[in-house]
Design a binder for this molecule. Structure first.
Ligand code: PMP
Length: 316
């Protein structure tokens, strides 16, 4: 990132350093915003940046906006086009993280959602490599913090304020000497990681908690399910007990940031033989090819940033 880096703010592209909000901003005070984390992967051979599942992320953002009564007056396609334009302006020729935030930008007191003329949008980008280790395997701890509940702070929506739940769990795990937290729903079933969905391998079958277990319904989770299907691996969505985790042969977390991150111990009990499992490795291989636009069967998951602009330039 340089002083030349732009972001989208206040309805236009402005230098990142100029994109400032007031300390009185509603979303800053009450967590009344929702957001996405989207990755773009640089493909050097093709001289192209591919944004992974961009439309699905913006469709989820618009669903989160409905929960928060935020009306951006934009479609998912409008948001995709803004993002492509921003990435081109920033000459983004590296692996990148894209962070759109839709939020209540008014300055009034009081936690509520139905305020007139309050809805705002910003999109910024930043370079990002691995967020979690994807090679050696993580040590996870079942958190003493429970996952937020649908009827309290809906987990299905990606709401800024709700991330205090993730922050509490992740911090506890790190302070206790672990890499990551596994969070249970308040009825005691496994929900997910602090910012990742969770899969186990049970007798060769992939198992993951269903949306009603208070997960954020991840786009990487859907990608893993599709890749498993390609590989002929069955996938089941069902409740998982805490103690079941100790006996599984493989376990991994997945998310836009985390990608596919193997977990090799839970609460100091080794998963399988303590090495990254075979099914996890196979899925990683397919995943890391797909995200960079190197999987012909899944090229439609990747939006090219520069190809469109090059085609327009030739047509001119
Ligand atoms: N759960 C939570 C709480 C998250 O923050 C994320 C990251 N967005 C995920 C799951 C994974 O979602 P996705 O694959 O869409 O990034």
């Amino acid at each position: 990132m340089t002083s030349e880096t732009y972001c989208y703010f206040g309805g236009q592209f402005v230098p990142l350093a100029e994109a400032k909000i007031s300390v009185m901003t509603h979303a800053f005070n009450y967590g009344t915003g929702c957001f996405e984390g989207i990755r773009g992967y640089w493909n050097a051979e093709e001289d192209e940046l591919y944004v992974f599942h961009m439309r699905a992320h913006y469709e989820r953002l618009l669903r989160s906006c409905r929960t928060l009564m935020i009306d951006l007056k934009m479609t998912a396609d409008d948001l995709c086009n803004l993002t492509l334009e921003l990435l081109r302006r920033n000459e983004t020729r590296y692996d990148v993280y894209i962070r759109p935030v839709a939020y209540k930008g008014n300055l009034e007191l009081g936690p509520r959602l139905n305020m007139p003329n309050s809805d705002a949008l910003t999109i910024y980008t930043r370079p990002l490599g691995d967020y979690l280790d994807t090679e050696k395997g993580l040590a996870a701890q079942v958190s003493s913090w429970h996952r937020v509940e649908d009827n309290a702070a809906p987990a299905r929506a990606k709401i800024t304020g709700t991330y205090i739940n993730s922050a509490l769990a992740r911090t506890e795990a790190e302070l206790n000497g672990y890499d990551e937290a596994i969070v249970l729903s308040s009825d005691g079933h496994v929900a997910e990681g602090s910012a990742e969905n969770l899969f186990i391998v049970d007798n060769g079958v992939l198992v993951t908690p269903a949306p009603a277990d208070n997960i954020l319904v991840g786009i990487t989770r859907a990608t893993v399910i599709a890749l498993a299907h390609d590989l002929g691996i069955s996938v089941v969505e069902r409740q998982i007990d805490r103690s079941e985790l100790y006996g599984v042969s493989e376990l991994f977390l997945c998310g836009t940031g985390a990608q596919i991150s193997p977990v090799t111990s839970v609460d100091r009990r080794l998963i399988g033989d303590g090495m990254v499992g075979e099914i996890t490795r196979k899925l990683q291989k397919e995943f890391f090819a797909a995200v960079r636009g190197k999987s012909p069967a899944h090229k439609e998951w990747c939006s090219p940033v520069f190809a469109g602009a090059r085609a327009e330039a030739i047509a001119d």
